[in-house]
Design a binder for this molecule. Sequence first.
Ligand code: AMP
Ligand code: ZN
Length: 128
Amino acid sequence: MKEKHMDNCIFCKIATGAIPSDKVFENDEILAFRDIHPAAPVHVLIIPKQHIANLSECDDSHAGLLGRMLALVPKLAVQEACDIQSDSEGNLSGGYKTLINSGPDSRQEVYHLHVHMIGGSRPWRENI
Ligand code: AMP
Ligand code: ZN
């Protein structure tokens, strides 16, 4: 796949390997790596390798990619041991938050689309 990268984008640099990251998943179109300032014991960012600033740059042509990014979340939750568990009485534990910031009012810091997957035992950072 031919990827479009932006010279001044830190996540494009992570996608190409120019800046190192703690990778937890990679294929030809998607990379997942640990957030450098984790808000919880598990904090992974899932990015497309091609540069897309945020959801506002997405349309129907991105539905497949977006679907595959989201479908990766439950797999990573198992891999990172923060998936939802049920005991013999049906009590649930575990679980994770999935978050996509888009634009200034969301306080998006890095303008390269990313899905946060946040989980693990609490406490978590409060303002997430
Ligand atoms: P957002 O506010 O949704 O744009 O989130 C950007 C996230 O990227 C923050 O949680 C940062 O901690 C994280 N981040 C920034 N630079 C890096 C980096 N070099 N490696 C890993 N995570 C990063
Ligand atoms: Zn980028």
